[in-house]
Design a protein around this ligand. Structure first.
Ligand SMILES: Cc1cc2nc3c(=O)[nH]c(=O)nc-3n(C[C@H](O)[C@H](O)[C@H](O)COP(=O)(O)O)c2cc1C
Length: 182
């Protein structure tokens, strides 16, 4: 595998799905490839894995509060400007709906809306949620925005069912990031 990720600014925009724990491995892999990784999290994402874990794995501050006053910078704008790529992972049905509608009511959505860099979306959810017409429509809209996707795989879902909706394997996501940043 060619490593073109050295010193690339990668933002992991982490949403509140059960697959958040897999993003720990993604963070470690990207750090091992010498990327600069910054994690931003929705409030729901923090219910699944603590920001402390991502701070430790990424060697970087984790952001989630759009109204954070600890820095003079407008966080979503400065993060968006620095990003070579924003990877929304796991992308929830909720966050994809908000992004499709151009909403900006949290740090993840505001940062995606404000970036001129690439956006890669990696959905993961229950297969009924994934195949709901609303989610399928939102994915189509996001593709029209030229956002790239790593679609979920078929497998055993957290709810116990077998179906589409499992987060794609981390190696597949890393390969896609590498390709996008070529
Ligand atoms: C245990 C549990 C697991 C969940 N897993 C998912 C998931 O895999 N995908 C998804 O779209 N939503 C999932 N949800 C629902 C989201 O957490 C919920 O829609 C939330 O509002 C998403 O917020 P966010 O998009 O701001 O992160 C889950 C909820 C719970 C309680």
């Amino acid at each position: 595998m060619v490593n073109n990720l050295k010193n690339k600014n990668i933002i992991l925009a982490i949403c509140g799905g059960i697959a958040v724990y897999k993003v720990c491995d993604l963070t470690r892999k990207l750090i091992s490839l010498e990327a600069n990784v910054t994690c931003i999290m929705t409030e729901s994402a923090k219910q699944f894995v603590s920001p402390l874990t991502f701070q430790t794995l990424s060697n970087n501050k984790v952001y989630s509060d759009i109204f954070d006053t600890s820095s003079w910078e407008i966080e979503h704008i400065s993060l968006a400007q620095k990003a070579d790529i924003i990877v929304v992972v796991p992308a929830t049905a909720n966050t994809m709906a908000k992004l499709a509608g151009g909403m900006a009511d949290n740090l993840v959505c505001s940062t995606v809306l404000a970036t001129k860099g690439k956006v890669l979306i990696c959905p993961a959810m229950n297969n009924n949620m994934y195949h709901h017409i609303a989610t399928e429509k939102n994915i189509k809209i996001l593709q029209e925005y030229k956002y790239q996707f790593v679609m979920p795989h078929n497998g055993k879902l957290a709810c116990g069912l077998i179906g589409d909706g499992c987060l794609a394997p981390i190696e597949v996501i890393v390969e896609k990031i590498i390709t996008e940043l070529e």
